[in-house]
Design a protein around this ligand. Structure first.
Ligand SMILES: Cc1cc2nc3c(=O)[nH]c(=O)nc-3n(C[C@H](O)[C@H](O)[C@H](O)COP(=O)(O)OP(=O)(O)OC[C@H]3O[C@@H](n4cnc5c(N)ncnc54)[C@H](O)[C@@H]3O)c2cc1C
Length: 505
């Protein structure tokens, strides 16, 4: 046996949820793990702003699929709940439409049936049948693609076979399948907008993405007490317990290569100091395309293979501290475009800023009063917009104009005098998202789901150029959102351990 007993060194570039998940799982398998993070906090897009008594979660606000996080926190008799307190939210979403209609989405089937009563029994029947279909799609995708970490179409076919894959709704678009199953226009918009979880368009995503409502309805929609950033703190604590070395303020500048393998990472500290960390394996939580371009200077032939992995949408993110409360808001709210398909077409096909965006509005004080001073409100407003694109250049002024459109829309749809009640404002544009997290063209969720270019596959987790280089996070399979990147980290750790064991024989 070669190198028996010698601990292998792994360098993880980036302390996002994906990177930290891989780091924890690798350390618990006996690897010596160092995490390099360019920013001064761990968590990546899980980020926090505390100011004037307001506590803003700058990134994620919805926690789903807790079971995926469990293995990361298990060991020495501990469990996820020893690190974070989870609260299940119901209603899950409140949905506001321009005609004044408001529809709550309840996990509780009795409450949902009551909510839909005003639309007649056909709507309730179609709703229930849609959830069964969503569950079926989830179960198929879970037992192969998610559980086994499938990366390519050929692996997919080998696992499922043509016969088995037949039950997967892949020929239609997500919106097409919804249209054939639901006649209620409000439910159509609500279920189409589940595609927000992966920053894509329901017109262009394959229909099996309709699995997403099942994730919420079967396993719940959760809040992390104290704010979602507590999850980043929990990951950091777990890394410390597992003996992972975390180096904050250390940017990876270049991945060194020799003899067809990667050998280490050149770094630059916040003070400009240069360094080098040797590695037997490297895991990049920097997205695949920027990592290949900036850290590996990959040749155009290698970049060509990546063209199908276009970035997901970006967003402007507006965090507002208000000196009043808008009682009509639930914890999670959506204010829909008059024509949602027009919104999808404009953002995802034409690459233009929306003129009537769908707005996601989060008001965490509904569950956790500690997020704002008494009598005040803390809200996040997030419309999805195109990622940065040189063929449609946008400026900060364009984003500032869009912000005004969003505020107009909310004032029109019931949040009267919103502007007058703003006491704190924090505003992120795609430029900030790109610079701060190193994401590809300011994407929020990694790679877009698109039937024509990638059929919802993201980049593979193992580099096709260097067998000891792996990628983790939203730009790789299974893709975006905290549960998926946490799962990706677990798959990467397993792949490295299996490869290492094989090569040691
Ligand atoms: C506003 C917003 C709202 C969202 N809402 C939700 C939600 O409600 N629920 C949900 O599940 N998901 C949500 N998401 C998506 C979710 O945040 C991401 O899918 C997930 O956090 C991505 O994790 P990651 O590990 O892939 O990458 P990231 O979180 O982007 O982490 C990558 C890390 O790598 C670091 N890095 C990059 N380059 C280098 C380098 N060269 N050297 C060193 N370090 C480097 C970055 O600084 C960063 O810390 C949201 C995202 C945003 C921005």
């Amino acid at each position: 046996m070669k190198n028996a007993g010698k601990k292998k060194r792994v360098v993880v570039i980036g302390a996002g949820i994906g990177g930290m998940s891989a780091a924890i799982m690798l350390a618990s398998k006996g690897f010596l793990v160092t995490v390099l993070e360019k920013n001064s906090h761990a968590g990546g897009k899980l980020n926090l702003l505390e100011t004037k008594g307001f506590r803003f979660d700058l990134g994620p606000s919805i926690f789903t699929l807790p079971q995926i996080f469990r293995p990361i926190f298990e060991g020495e008799g501990r469990k996820l709940e020893d690190y974070v307190k989870l609260q299940r939210l119901d209603p899950q979403w409140r949905n506001f439409f321009e005609d004044g209609t408001v529809v709550d989405l309840w996990e509780d089937p009795k409450k949902m049936r009551q909510e839909l009563k005003r639309f007649g029994s056909l709507t309730s029947d179609e709703y229930e049948s849609f959830l069964s279909y969503s569950r079926q799609q989830y179960q198929i995708v879970e037992r192969g693609y998610l559980r086994h970490g499938l990366d390519t179409f050929s692996q997919f076919l080998r696992f499922y076979g043509w016969k088995d894959a037949r039950d997967l709704d892949y020929l239609r678009s997500m919106a097409g399948s919804i249209r054939s199953r639901l006649s209620n226009r409000y439910l159509r918009d609500i279920f189409e907008y589940f595609i927000k979880y992966v920053g894509s368009s329901a017109l262009d995503s394959p229909a099996f993405m309709n699995l997403m409502p099942n994730i919420q309805m079967e396993f719940g929609l959760w809040y992390v007490s104290g704010g979602l950033y507590e999850l980043a703190r929990a990951f950091q604590r777990r890394m410390e317990e597992c003996g992972v070395t975390l180096l904050l303020g250390q940017e990876a500048q270049e991945i060194e290569r020799a003899d067809g393998l990667v050998t280490g990472v050149r770094t630059c500290g916040l003070d400009g100091s240069a360094g080098f960390v040797k590695a037997d394996y490297i895991v990049s939580n920097m997205e695949v395309i920027p990592a290949m371009q900036k850290l590996l200077h990959a040749p155009p032939s290698a970049m060509k293979k990546m063209r199908r992995f276009k970035p997901s949408c970006s967003g402007i993110v507006l965090h507002l501290g208000l000196d009043r409360v808008y009682p009509q808001l639930a914890h999670h709210n959506f204010f829909y475009s008059t024509d949602l398909h027009q919104h999808f077409r404009r953002v995802f096909r034409e690459g233009k800023l929306p003129d009537d965006p769908t707005l996601y509005v989060v008001a965490p004080t509904r569950t956790d009063p500690s997020q704002a001073p008494a009598g005040c409100d803390n809200i996040k407003i997030l419309p999805h917009i195109p990622s940065l694109d040189d063929s449609h250049p946008t400026t900060r002024e364009d984003y500032a104009a869009l912000k005004e459109i969003c505020l107009d829309k909310l004032e029109r749809m019931g949040m009267t005098d919103l502007r007058r009640h703003i006491v704190v404002e924090d505003f992120w544009t795609p430029f900030d998202i790109e610079t701060h997290y190193g994401s590809h063209r300011g994407s929020i969720y990694g790679v877009v789901c698109d039937r024509l270019s990638n059929y919802a596959f993201k980049a593979p987790k193992q580099s096709f150029q260097f067998r000891n280089l792996f990628f983790v996070g939203g730009s790789t399979n299974p893709g975006a959102g905290m549960p998926m990147v946490a799962l990706c980290g677990q798959h990467v750790a397993r792949m490295i351990a299996e490869q290492d064991a094989k090569e040691a024989q």
